[in-house]
Design a protein around this ligand. Structure first.
Ligand SMILES: [Fe+2]
Ligand SMILES: [Fe+2]
Length: 338
């Protein structure tokens, strides 16, 4: 979204010349000068929003105990205050060469990606409506709105490059709303970790044009914020439960992991989409990995995911908990793959 998006009512037009690009023999008209100034101001606003979404520290100093009201306030404020106000409607999708266009349109992920975002949005919004704490509810609403915005970004990309999509299913709220939230949260912990590495691989290899990668960059960082928010919510919620409810919650989390692992080792491909509608989510990083990471060994791909995970999490308050399960599993797996 860096090339052209609206921030605070201003639209950056990449065709507006940079300062100094005017011919020495002509004096720019007042209108051209004004357009240049407006473009410079808009670019600065975009850079500022981009920085703000990646870097956040709570101004209140001192230790924060997981599960405390301060912890809740901190992880909610992290999400709310790092929101990037880009508008998908004005994204300037870069023109692609015929080869790059072929690579983009032939990726088998677009239906799954659009539907995953639609499903995530309804699940997160459903969970938001259950919350009594107003700050937590607004943070969850923002999370759900960002998922809905991802879906719009993808829809715009699909439209811009002429990709044909299957008709979308109806997105229904899950019957067990907390289950839906946990499945979405832990799915994102797995998928985002993989996406961090795949995205860097796509960028470094030049498989996709740099401009397209850059245009998509904020979506990936947003998923990083979401998993940071999610793991802090889990820790806060677990700690705030009375002792006698914790085993049931731990068992539910265990069942969610089993469900997700089963999906990701491919057993879910043999069964119908289950009642929670999550079976398709698992295929997104797998399909993308097959297509994008051919040139990397599995071991170097895991290394890249770990490095990127640390980099994307580095800018947020060190007192917030970090996602650890997937990186730990990846480090363990790394011992056995080259
Ligand atoms: Fe998303
Ligand atoms: Fe997300």
């Amino acid at each position: 979204m860096k090339r052209n998006f609206e921030a605070d009512g201003m639209t950056v037009d990449p065709l507006v010349p940079e300062t100094g690009s005017q011919s020495a023999s002509t004096t720019p008209s007042p209108a051209a000068r004004a357009a240049e100034v407006a473009a410079t101001v808009a670019r600065a606003a975009i850079d500022q929003a981009d920085y703000a979404m990646r870097n956040w520290t709570d101004p209140v100093e001192g230790p924060v105990r997981a599960g405390s009201p301060e912890h809740l306030r901190m992880f909610c404020n992290m999400l709310l205050q790092t929101h990037n106000p880009y508008k998908p409607a004005v994204i300037d999708w870069p023109k692609l060469s015929p080869e790059a266009l072929e690579r983009v349109t032939s990726l088998p992920i677009w239906d799954i990606a659009v539907q995953t975002e639609g499903r995530a949005s309804i699940r997160v919004h459903s969970f938001a409506r259950l919350q009594r704490d107003p700050l937590l509810r607004s943070a969850l609403e923002m999370d759900g709105d960002e998922e809905a915005r991802h879906k719009v970004v993808l829809a715009k990309l699909v439209e811009a490059y002429g990709i044909q999509l299957e008709p979308e299913p109806e997105y229904l709220p899950p019957s067990d709303i907390e289950w839906g939230w946990l499945v979405t949260g832990y799915s994102e912990c797995i998928d985002s970790f993989a996406a961090f590495g795949l995205f860097a691989a796509a960028k470094d290899s030049g498989y996709f044009p740099a401009e397209l990668v850059e245009t998509f960059e904020p979506v990936i960082q947003e998923e990083g914020r979401h998993i940071l928010f999610f793991v802090n919510w889990v820790a806060w919620y677990r700690a705030s439960l009375p002792w006698w409810r914790r085993p049931a919650f731990a068992f539910k989390v265990f069942r969610v992991w089993l469900f997700l692992i089963r999906e990701r080792i491919g057993l879910a491909r043999q069964i119908e989409v289950d009642e929670h509608g999550g079976a398709q989510d698992a295929n997104f990083p797998m399909n993308a990995a097959e297509t994008l990471a051919d040139s990397l060994t599995p071991g170097s791909m895991i290394d890249l995911c770990l490095v990127e995970n640390d980099r994307r999490m580095a800018g947020y308050d060190a007192r917030l908990l970090r996602p650890t399960t997937v990186p730990k599993l990846a480090r363990f797996a790394r011992r056995f793959v080259k």
